[in-house]
Every structure is written in structure tokens, then in C-alpha cells.
Design a binder for this molecule. Structure first.
Ligand code: PLP
Length: 359
């Protein structure tokens, strides 16, 4: 029996012992060659992963830091917050708290945001930025980012800010081909690292917009990131131990091969989907728009979700999520992000069967 409760919640996810071990490398000074070499070593790998020639930045914050930073750096006139669940809804709140004009584009939870809906809003000419969550982690919806990004050609002055926190490295991402302005993610989801690190990249247009905005603060100033990034450094003392972990995880990703990594996430996600169907459950997310790194199961059988997850923890030392916010108990969520394998997902599924039968 394992010595700890293993996480199958959609973030943070389980961190492998080899990743923790990699993080315990001796400290270096962040203004010295040791750190610059570390940054320079991982930069090309990050660029490949993001599909960009732009610099990729490491932020010592959780993803929300970069999200707030994106609003402060890029919104001058008014931002359109595309809302389809708890995380995307929160973007609206954050925009207002940054003192920006903002408007929600709302769809029912479980439904995707479509390009047509966004097009109709942007056509008003009111907006100079939009926020989109790629994989809405509360509902398991994967929004059609490729189709939405095509609108950028029609609205070049609108900054497209995309949160890929729970989709990044589960499906391919190509920042330059999408032509969007900010792509951001965090360490504790599919990267399978401890929380505390945000990662992002930005377009030339984003730097231009940002240069014209005065009150963008210091900690998340895109121009501070750029000036330091060009020297393989970060604006302030970074989470160096997490960066050691990142170097290790990136080496694992490339040893596996990115295509194999995406295929593995699709395959493991399909195992969960099979379990859902086999047991008469339904999906909360609309068909054709489902995340590859997590599954939001609709509790159409009206089981006692709290008891179910309690049993999983007591009997198997596995933690699943009992539903987020207003859909707590009406749904539950299972993650397949990170370092999981056919074998470990098989263990989860056997445990789910065991506990479902025991309810
Ligand atoms: C987890 C998550 C976040 C939150 O990130 P923090 O690390 O808590 O800042 C934001 N957006 C999405 C889509 C997420 O899944």
C-alpha cells in the first residue's frame, strides 16, 4: 500500500519521486552563470513545447499571477471574458479587480465557447482584449481554440489571451501558428510538478500594447520578463528548485517524444471515458468538446459523491474531486494528467469499480 494519498484530482496532480529528487539539486545564485546556463538549457525545449520562436518565461507565482499580469499589461479599452465555468468566470472578476472595463460572454456550464459567439461580440468594436480558457477545468470542456484563434486575423487589435493550465502538454499547442497574444499555463497540472510556477509566452503585438500601458506594475511586467529573459534571467529571484524539476520533466517529455505524450494522454483519457460509459454515467461536457487531461462525470445516477470519494481515500489512498463550485456533488472529476500510465490508470479504475460496488 502506498504511503500517501495519491492525487487524481485535476490539479495539483501526483508528483513522481524522481521529480522531487531532481528538485533537491544545490542552490545557485540567480544572477550568476549557473542559473543562466540552467535557463538557457530549458529555453529551447519550452519553445518547442509552446510552438514558438518567442521567449518563454517562468513566473514565480501560480498561473493566476500571469493571468492578472496579462490583464494589467494588455487591456486598455475593454476586455471580453469568455465564461463557461468556474475558472473562466473568475477571469471576469480579476479583470474588474484590476480596474478594467470588462464584459462576460456567458454560455451554460458544460457547453463550449464558439467562434461565432466571440465574433458577434468583437464585431461591436468595443473590445481590445479577450480571455479564453482552453480546457475549463471545472466542467471538462475543451474550447475550440484553433477556430477561435482564426478570428485574430479579422480583429488584429484585439489581444487574445489563452489560459491552457489544464490542457497544456495533453494536446499539441502551436502558439506561433495560432497567432494569439498570450499563452499561459502552470506547473501543477500536466507538468506534474509541485505548484508555484507559471509559464507563458507573448506575441510582438502584446509587447507593443504593453509598452503603451503605464500602470502595469512590476512583478508581472511583460517588458521586465523580456529584458531579463534575453539574458537568461528572471525579473526577481525565481523558484529555482521548481526550475530544476522543470528541467527534469522536460527531459522526460522529450525522451518519451511529444507525439507519444499526446497519444498517451488521449489513450488514458479514453480509459476513463470507457469506465464512465460502462457504469451508466454521462459526461458533463458537451460531446466533441471534452478535455484530454481530465473528465468531468455527470452524476446522473445520483450516487453519494462525498461517500464515494471518501471510500476511495480510505480503501485505496486515492483522491478524486467531488465537483467544483455550483456543480459539487452533481459531478465528480478524474484526472489523467502528468506522469500517469496504463497501469496506474488501471489501478484507479479498479478502485472506482470497487468503491462504486460498495456504495
Ligand atoms: C488550475 C487552473 C487555474 C489556476 O491556477 P493557479 O495555479 O491556482 O493559479 C487557472 N485556470 C485553469 C483553467 C486551471 O485549471
Amino acid at each position: 500500500m502506498r504511503d500517501h494519498v495519491k492525487l487524481f484530482i485535476p490539479g495539483p496532480v501526483e508528483v513522481s519521486p524522481d521529480t522531487y529528487a531532481a528538485m533537491s539539486a544545490p542552490m545557485v545564485g540567480h544572477r550568476g552563470k549557473g542559473f543562466q546556463d540552467l535557463y538557457a538549457e530549458i529555453q529551447p525545449k519550452l519553445q518547442t513545447l509552446f510552438g514558438t520562436k518567442q521567449l518563454v518565461y517562468i513566473s514565480t507565482s501560480s498561473a493566476w499571477g500571469v493571468m492578472e499580469g496579462s490583464i494589467r499589461n494588455l487591456v486598455k479599452k475593454k476586455v471580453l471574458n469568455c465564461c463557461c465555468g468556474a475558472f473562466s468566470d473568475k477571469w471576469y472578476d480579476v479583470s474588474l479587480r484590476c480596474g478594467k472595463q470588462a464584459e462576460e460572454l456567458k454560455v451554460e456550464w458544460g457547453q463550449p465557447i464558439t467562434a461565432e459567439l466571440i465574433d458577434a461580440k468583437l464585431a461591436t468594436g468595443e473590445f481590445d482584449a479577450l480571455t479564453l480558457v482552453h480546457s475549463e477545468t471545472s466542467t471538462g470542456v475543451l474550447n475550440p481554440v484553433e477556430e477561435i484563434a482564426k478570428l485574430k486575423a479579422k480583429y488584429p487589435d484585439v489581444m487574445f489571451i489563452v489560459d491552457t493550465v489544464s490542457s497544456f502538454t495533453t494536446v499539441p499547442m502551436n502558439f506561433d501558428a495560432l497567432g494569439i497574444d498570450v499563452l499561459l499555463t502552470g506547473s501543477q497540472k500536466a507538468f506534474a510538478m509541485p505548484p508555484g510556477m507559471g509559464l507563458f509566452t507573448a506575441s510582438e503585438a502584446a509587447y507593443e500594447r504593453s509598452a503603451s500601458i503605464k500602470d502595469r506594475g512590476y512583478y508581472f511586467d511583460f517588458h521586465e520578463f523580456k529584458a531579463n529573459g534575453e539574458k537568461n534571467m528572471t525579473p526577481s529571484t525565481p523558484c529555482i528548485s521548481l526550475i530544476y524539476g522543470l528541467r527534469h520533466q522536460l527531459n522526460k517529455f522529450f525522451a518519451e517524444g511529444l507525439e507519444n505524450r499526446y497519444a498517451r494522454h488521449a489513450r488514458l483519457n479514453a480509459l476513463v471515458h470507457d469506465w464512465v460509459k460502462r457504469n451508466g454515467f454521462e459526461f458533463f461536457a458537451a460531446e466533441g468538446y471534452r478535455s484530454k487531461g481530465l473528465t468531468c462525470v455527470k452524476n446522473n445516477k445520483e450516487i453519494d459523491v462525498a461517500k464515494f470519494s471518501d471510500l476511495l481515500k480510505k480503501r485505496h489512498k486515492l483522491l478524486i474531486d467531488g465537483g467544483y463550485g455550483k456543480i459539487k456533488g452533481k459531478t465528480f472529476r478524474l484526472s489523467n494528467m502528468g506522469d500517469e500510465t496504463d497501469e496506474t490508470m488501471g489501478e484507479l479504475i479498479a478502485a472506482l469499480d470497487d468503491c462504486l460496488a460498495a456504495l
